[in-house]
Design a protein around this ligand. Sequence first.
Ligand code: COS
Length: 380
Amino acid sequence: MNFQYTEEQQMVRKTIRDFALTELAPTAAERDEKAEFPTEAIRKLGELGFWGVNVPEEQGGAGLDMISYCITVEELGRVDASAAIVISIHNSLAVYPVELFGNDDQKERFLKPMAQGRLLGAYALTEPEAGSDAGSIKTRAVRDGDHYVLNGSKIFTSAGESCDLLLVFVATDPEKGSKGLSAIIVEKGTPGLIIGKHERKLGIRSCETVAISFEDCRVPAANLIGEEGMGFKIAMNALNSGRIGVASQALGIAQACLDESVKYSKERVQFGRPISKFQAIQFKIARMGTEIEAARMLLYSAAGRKDRGEKFIKEAAMAKLYCSELAVRSALEAVQIHGGYGYIKEYPVERFLRDAKITTIYEGTNEIMHLVIADQILGR
Ligand code: COS
């Protein structure tokens, strides 16, 4: 592999890095403390084209490749993991499935405005009894004329309050299990769509995680994405792309841990020398740097496969598994390098550690990633 960034990818990195440093960095710690959504910055990202990174220009998007998408989410994650996951969820879990499975009318009504930065999307799959076992969804949708009537509840919906629409997974034929699921777009403000409690979380605190319930919520049948029974397939395809997004976010956190560790270890003097002069610190930095480079290449191999239209289930799961574990390892090391200062809120590595952990859990736990990878390698 002879990997080299294109000029376009370098420009994307510079643009998004500058944006993250000016628009997100100054308020990231305060928003984390107050659990405040970065509404203004997220809307600005929409105006700049980052709500439709991979969507063709004629459909309102930026028409960029997947590596540019990875760079976008990585650079956001390097500064603010909450903003990174909002952009990842919107692009991978809302925009991409509509692009892949939506009809012309839905592309006009939902894909275009989402890609143009006018409608923010979120994804409602998880239920109290359906987490890793995504096929056991109970939220019911019953056809009634030209509407579906939804009843049931979802949990752990990221950006569920701040979004404008939700891609909701429902059971249209409960007898058929995962083959009886469907995907439908529910717009905010639809009567019967009720936003419930906000979870109090360890990390990614500035992207809300909410419970949602549907009480006789009437949704136009024209909002059904694909056909009845295609829900599980749509959910899985979205998550394949989502796992590239989470891997990018995790990589950004790992990179931030390295950046802060380098900076701190050069400034912090103990025993008459900056601690970067001690081998104990050098070894940690060397390992972090090596693993980050390896993770980036693994991630780009998944992204490249998606761009070329090749199967990327295994590579996306590998990237998510590796990058998320690396984020946690790197954050632990960064805190260790900072010593007592790493444990207090004066330095950002404390937040990085709290933010890193979720990447091993959401959009498929790492235990599920092992199953997916084994399944792809061994076959059924
Ligand atoms: N991409 C595309 N298709 C997939 C897929 C994937 N990643 N995983 C499964 N499928 C397909 C299978 O190929 C199968 O298709 P056919 O019926 O045409 O053969 C179908 O979906 C059912 O697959 P399977 O029998 O493996 O389904 P299971 O119910 O056993 O579940 C796992 C498989 C566990 C891998 C799946 O439920 C999963 O990914 N769970 C994690 C869910 C998750 O990420 N939750 C977080 C939500 S967002 S925070």
